[in-house]
Design a protein around this ligand. Structure first.
Ligand SMILES: C[S@@+](CC[C@H](N)C(=O)[O-])C[C@H]1O[C@@H](n2cnc3c(N)ncnc32)[C@H](O)[C@@H]1O
Length: 222
């Protein structure tokens, strides 16, 4: 079946629209809980699983959580979980997943830029992470989450981000690229992280939708 791509002009809003109810990739949520899709991130020895061990999960924010399938893998280690996404329908599914089994705050953040100050205070969190989402984001959104992750983390805490390393088609549409990776590079991501005060602890490029398309970066707030 042909996918009808949104014609929205604002690039960040266009990305957001893909996962809103009725958007071209809303069906993603129904598939993403399959064992094979989970294993990519959570099987032992994957770079995702190994670097995740660095995080102190007591007060954790997952950015662009979708239905919360990643936080669900580690929820027994989290005391207070903040789930942020632009898709209200995804957050409703997350709420069904977690029910009242744990202290979860759902942050429906329509602008898709930054972390609302009224929802998470400065220096409040022990970990921030994002998997399988930032790879699609525009630079302005990536930058906004770097700046605000620094703001909300306690000194000494870590952030872990799965992002794009797709260095072609700058200024183009993310949906024209393999795996819908948006334009970003490891070196640009690391320099933006440092701009907002982070130390880059580890940054590793790997092939996902095409050769060297993806990167995972572990950051520390000094
Ligand atoms: C491919 S889905 C991945 C969801 C989740 N991380 C997972 O792996 O199941 C991408 C997610 O990013 C969210 N999203 C898109 N743009 C966003 C933005 N600017 N800020 C926050 N979330 C965003 C979408 O609503 C969607 O839930």
């Amino acid at each position: 079946m042909a996918i009808h791509f949104p014609t929205e002009k604002n690039a960040t809003k266009r990305v957001i629209s893909f996962w809103e109810k009725g958007g071209p990739d809303f069906e993603y949520y129904a598939s993403a809980d399959q064992e094979d899709w989970i294993k990519v991130f959570w099987e032992e020895n994957t770079v995702f699983c190994k670097l995740f061990q660095t995080l102190d999960l007591k007060y954790t924010l997952e950015i662009a959580c979708g239905t919360g399938r990643h936080s669900a893998q580690v929820s027994d280690k989290i005391e207070k979980l903040y789930l942020l996404d632009t898709s209200k329908a995804a957050l409703d599914l997350a709420e069904q997943r977690f029910g009242n089994q744990k202290d979860v705050e759902y942050i429906h953040h329509q602008s898709g830029l930054g972390i609302p100050v009224d929802r998470i205070k400065d220096n409040a969190l022990t970990a921030v992470f994002s998997y399988d989402a930032m790879v699609h984001f525009e630079k302005e959104a990536v930058e906004s989450y770097l700046a605000d992750s620094y703001r909300v983390l306690k000194p000494g805490a870590y952030a872990l981000f799965h992002h794009s390393n797709y260095d072609k088609n700058p200024g183009g549409k993310f949906s024209d690229n393999p795996g819908w990776r948006n334009y970003m590079t490891k070196s640009l991501f690391c320099s933006l992280s440092e701009k907002y005060g982070f130390q880059v602890v580890h940054s590793e490029v790997f092939s996902f939708s095409t050769t060297d398309s993806d990167c995972v970066t572990l950051l520390k707030k000094p």
